[in-house]
Design a binder for this molecule. Structure first.
Ligand SMILES: Cc1ncc(COP(=O)(O)O)c(C=O)c1O
Ligand SMILES: N[C@@H](CCCC[NH3+])C(=O)O
Length: 414
């Protein structure tokens, strides 16, 4: 999505110089590439060949409506986890019949809204959710399509905060209890069983854990078949990792080929819920150096973006590449901690980065298209920043920078 144009000595996003985007819309901002998003989605979709499948992009990774609309126009489905995400996919003109609803804490109003628009299915994660869905479907006079998200107790070998398929994690129905839940569902009047689901974690860089999970899930599929409960689809969740630094995750084609091999001759439609692998490397966060603060112990480059704009480094200690937007600095290279203005010692975007910096320079934090803007906050009363989509040589403002007035709209004095 981004590359250096060495003749111009500047970073480009597709055919537009990043500097020009900042001149137009100001710093900091998120910049996304439409072509990269589309290419990543197609990489998953085309890997399936003739096998029946649906790519349900995980909205939580990047829920900008223009991004959802770009994917909806390709025919994408969506994995949502809240009413807010449902509203977004509908606003993006996607087909509700391609929406799967995951999440451990679905409220009554969320279930009602999803039933009214006719989503593809609920991924049930708690016993009580089945009863709640059955009851609400009965009240509405509809049949609710459901799938159970089982927890296969597989180690995803990723950061503990984003590992979701272990027994100690809150997600999914314990795999041992799954058969009983399916039997219970089969006896309910307002429920139609359509599938099975699992999602074992995020930023996985090996195929093995996915295959282990698939094997365990297939055992349930076969046990159900023996009881006459025939499933239509198997949803293997998202989780395929991307390269932030030197990771070498499998390409979507390789990953899908391994899954199809593991699936054998099962006649199931396959659903996937990739988020990061589609939008992560389709976005950068651009920020300006406000001040340079060399000290006896550390050199700090204080930039105008902060942990409220991109929390991954502070929250997980994750590493994302930080590169200059203009090449050819006359300054010597030095080691810098790239930090924001927020009043937290944990407010950093990168540590010990070798960069040649001057005040006013622009920096790009790469791989920021997933879990960047969507995890941003207003901490320190900082307005959320703008999002720009580049399409070839055109730039589009797809979300305006929040104003300070918008920040406290809705608050009242006593
Ligand atoms: C249920 C579910 N599906 C899909 C995803 C998307 O994961 P990723 O962005 O790693 O592909 C997540 C997040 O981990 C999730 O919780
Ligand atoms: N927010 C995490 C991923 C969590 C995925 C959601 N289940 C990250 O930035 O890596």
């Amino acid at each position: 999505m981004d590359y250096f144009n060495y003749r111009e000595q500047r970073l480009f996003a597709e055919d537009v110089a990043v500097e020009d985007i900042i001149t137009e819309y100001g710093s900091p901002c998120y910049i996304y590439s439409k072509a990269t998003l589309e290419r990543h989605w197609h990489a998953f979709d085309s890997a399936f060949g003739k096998q029946a499948h649906l790519i349900c992009y995980a909205v939580k990774a990047n829920s900008n409506i223009a991004i959802l609309n770009t994917l909806a126009l390709l025919g994408s489905g969506f994995d949502i986890v809240s009413l807010g995400e449902l509203e977004r996919v509908l606003a993006a003109q996607s087909d509700p019949k391609k929406v799967v609803f995951s999440g451990v804490g679905k409220r009554e109003d969320e279930i009602r809204a999803a039933l009214k628009v006719g989503i593809r299915c609920f991924n049930i994660e708690v016993q009580g959710e089945l009863d709640r869905i059955n009851q609400i479907a009965g009240e509405l006079g509809v049949i609710a399509p459901v799938s159970f998200r089982v927890n296969p107790d597989v180690d995803a070998k990723t950061h503990p905060y984003i590992s979701t398929g272990l027994k100690e994690n809150k997600f999914g129905i314990d795999i041992e209890g799954a058969l009983d839940e399916y039997r219970r569902a089969a006896a309910m009047p307002h429920i139609e069983i359509v599938g099975i689901d699992c999602h074992i974690g995020s930023q996985l860089i090996e195929t093995r854990p996915f295959l282990d999970a698939l094997e365990r899930v297939l055992k349930i599929v076969n046990a159900l078949k023996a009881e006459g409960i025939v499933l239509h689809h198997l949803d293997l969740g998202g989780g395929l990792g991307i390269c932030y630094n030197d990771e070498t995750p499998p390409e979507p084609a390789e990953y899908v080929a391994a899954l199809l091999k593991g699936l054998g001759d099962n006649n199931l439609e396959i659903l996937l819920e990739p988020g990061r692998a589609i939008s992560g490397n389709a976005g950068i966060l651009v920020t300006k150096v406000e001040y340079l603060k060399p000290t006896e112990y550390k050199n700090f480059a204080i930039v105008d973006a902060a942990m409220n704009d991109l929390v991954r480094p502070s929250l997980y200690g994750s590493w994302q590449a930080i590169i200059p937007v203009q090449l050819g600095s006359k300054e010597p290279e030095n080691e810098w901690d790239v930090v924001g203005p927020v009043c937290e010692t944990g407010d950093f975007l990168g540590k010990d980065r070798r960069l040649a910096l001057s005040q006013g320079d622009l920096l790009a934090i790469r791989s920021s298209g997933a879990y960047g803007f969507t995890m941003s906050s207003n901490y320190n009363s900082r307005p959320r920043i703008a999002e720009i989509m580049v399409d070839g040589d055109r730039m589009h403002l797809i979300r305006e920078r929040e104003s300070v007035a918008q920040l406290w709209a809705g608050e009242h004095l006593l």
